[in-house]
Design a protein around this ligand. Structure first.
Ligand SMILES: NC(=O)c1ccc[n+]([C@@H]2O[C@H](COP(=O)([O-])OP(=O)(O)OC[C@H]3O[C@@H](n4cnc5c(N)ncnc54)[C@H](OP(=O)(O)O)[C@@H]3O)[C@@H](O)[C@H]2O)c1
Length: 185
């Protein structure tokens, strides 16, 4: 089922995640197994392999995915990992450890993306970039699961309300209607 126009490569900064219906992008101990069993439309992975020029990740996410290349190894591009402690990072081919302010990290990532998109694979870095007005799009795949706890896409207690407009055709302020039923057994 095509539920949205395919992603395009145009030098955007994308905050890109698969998210649970209740807003988590990882379980309490960074678990990612909840994603398995959720089906994605044909060609979706390739869409991002083709349109992504660079990825900016945080140190924790990078350590958790065990230094694997994103998108099952099919993706070729520049991978940046932001950390305050680059000196104790394990040098890894194809990975650049950055220790700079977050806006500079986005600038470096966009330059490396060479006109394709920069994907931000980190809730914490995404929030920082959002505060600076440096996120162009929030691009989510919502999995049919409720986690109840974990790492939220946007965790900012006491922070301001962020108004969003829906990308694509139609009323940008329209509510998105979804219906699910619990699966038992
Ligand atoms: N659902 C999905 O599609 C998806 C995709 C990607 C990742 N994830 C998950 O997202 C989770 C990671 O998110 P997270 O927010 O906990 O951690 P994270 O953003 O990956 O890492 C946090 C770390 O990044 C570094 N960092 C962040 N901002 C920085 C700044 N301004 N300057 C320097 N360093 C900075 C710091 O590392 P130091 O402590 O070394 O300084 C910080 O402790 C993981 O569980 C991962 O599996 C989910």
């Amino acid at each position: 089922m095509i539920d949205f126009a395919p992603q395009t490569a145009s030098g955007k900064v994308l905050w890109h995640f698969t998210m649970s219906l209740d807003g988590f992008v990882a379980g309490p101990n960074h678990e990612m197994d909840w994603m398995f069993g959720a089906t994605i439309r044909p060609g979706l992975i390739d869409e991002y392999v083709q349109t992504t020029g660079a990825i900016l990740a945080g140190r924790d996410g990078w350590e958790v995915i065990n230094k694997a290349r994103p998108y099952g190894g099919d993706w070729e591009g520049s991978l940046f990992v932001l950390t305050h402690h680059p000196e104790d990072a394990t040098p890894t081919p194809g990975v650049t450890f950055l220790s700079c302010d977050v806006a500079e990290a986005a600038r470096i990532g966009l330059e490396a993306a060479k006109g394709k998109n920069l994907e931000v694979f980190s809730p914490t870095i995404g929030r920082q970039l959002l505060e600076l007005g440096l996120i162009d799009e929030i691009d989510l795949h919502i999995a049919p699961v409720l986690l109840g706890s974990g790492k939220r896409l946007y965790d900012n207690p006491g922070g301001p309300t962020i108004r969003l407009g829906r990308a694509g055709a139609g009323d940008p302020a329209a509510v998105l209607n979804v219906r699910y039923h619990p699966i038992t057994g």
